[in-house]
Design a protein around this ligand. Structure first.
Ligand code: ZN
Length: 141
């Protein structure tokens, strides 16, 4: 049993989310090491992408496994109480993510989603990012 209400828990977890940028920092370090130039938190783009590479027209979204409901991920288990509340909330988050990705695509951005759990293996992450970015030649913005 949870001793705090869904609303309280939601607030608590939201505060955790906004301060915990560890996966995002890891992604930035990797991109830096690979020699890419990037910009952070682009307010003028849908969903404020965490990292964008303007030269390559690539937006990188770093997703927390719980909040963005990473399918089949051990970090994305539902809280045991208020299941309906959480199912709805996390499904809404996923829907919003898909919408943001569509909007970015429509504006000519390729979207790379990096999951929190993928950051644990930095070498694989670096290879995947590099490959994703270079699969198309750099565009003119
Ligand atoms: Zn995950």
């Amino acid at each position: 049993m949870d001793r705090i209400s869904p609303a309280q828990r939601s607030k608590l977890m939201a505060s955790v989310r906004s301060t915990n940028t560890r996966p995002e920092l890891a992604v930035r370090r990797v991109l830096h090491r690979l020699g890419y130039r990037f910009r952070l938190h682009s307010n003028d783009l849908p969903g404020k992408p965490d990292v964008i590479l303007p030269k390559w027209r690539v937006a990188v979204l770093v997703h927390g496994c719980f909040w963005h409901h990473h399918r089949r991920c051990p970090k994305a288990t539902l809280p045991k109480s208020h299941v309906l509340f959480w199912t709805r909330k996390l499904n809404d988050n996923r829907r919003r993510d898909r919408k943001v990705q569509r909007q970015l695509n429509n504006l000519g951005w390729r979207v790379c989603v990096v999951w929190e759990c993928e950051v644990a293996d930095i070498e694989t992450l670096a290879e995947a990012l590099d490959q994703f970015i270079r699969q198309r030649p750099p565009g003119i913005v």
